[in-house]
Ligand binder design. Structure first.
Ligand SMILES: [Mg+2]
Length: 117
């Protein structure tokens, strides 16, 4: 599957990229929300892993634009219930709080990429 990693931290992008490449996924990256919207249009990823706190265009703004058309899982250090709830209402399929457990990320991805009955 093609997965778009959106995070302003290159270190975080590398961790996710290494984890998912090892599982056979194809990865593409964006370092802010504006770039994420461009890559969603040009690369048509099967799934987007989305950070919330980013310069320029943040993750909430990305969700407002494409949250209902894309499969999006939020991976953010912000764990407040209010933020989780807002992200879900905007279309996020799941919400993982950093620092995350690798197995948790893989489990969530497997679940959301499962073909719908
Ligand atoms: Mg960030």
């Amino acid at each position: 599957m093609k997965i778009l990693i959106v995070d302003d931290s290159s270190f975080m992008r590398k961790i996710l990229k290494d984890l998912l490449t090892a599982k056979g996924h194809t990865l593409t990256e964006a370092e802010n929300g504006a770039e994420a919207l461009q890559k969603f249009a040009s690369e048509k990823p099967d799934l987007i892993l989305l950070d919330i706190i980013m310069p320029e265009v943040n993750g909430i703004e990305v969700l407002k634009k494409i949250g209902k058309q894309a499969k999006i899982v939020v991976i953010s250090a912000v764990g407040q219930e209010k933020m989780v709830e807002e992200a879900r209402q905007l279309g996020a399929l799941d919400y993982i709080v950093k620092p995350f457990d690798n197995d948790k990320v893989l489990e969530v991805i497997t679940t959301v990429l499962k073909p719908q009955g």
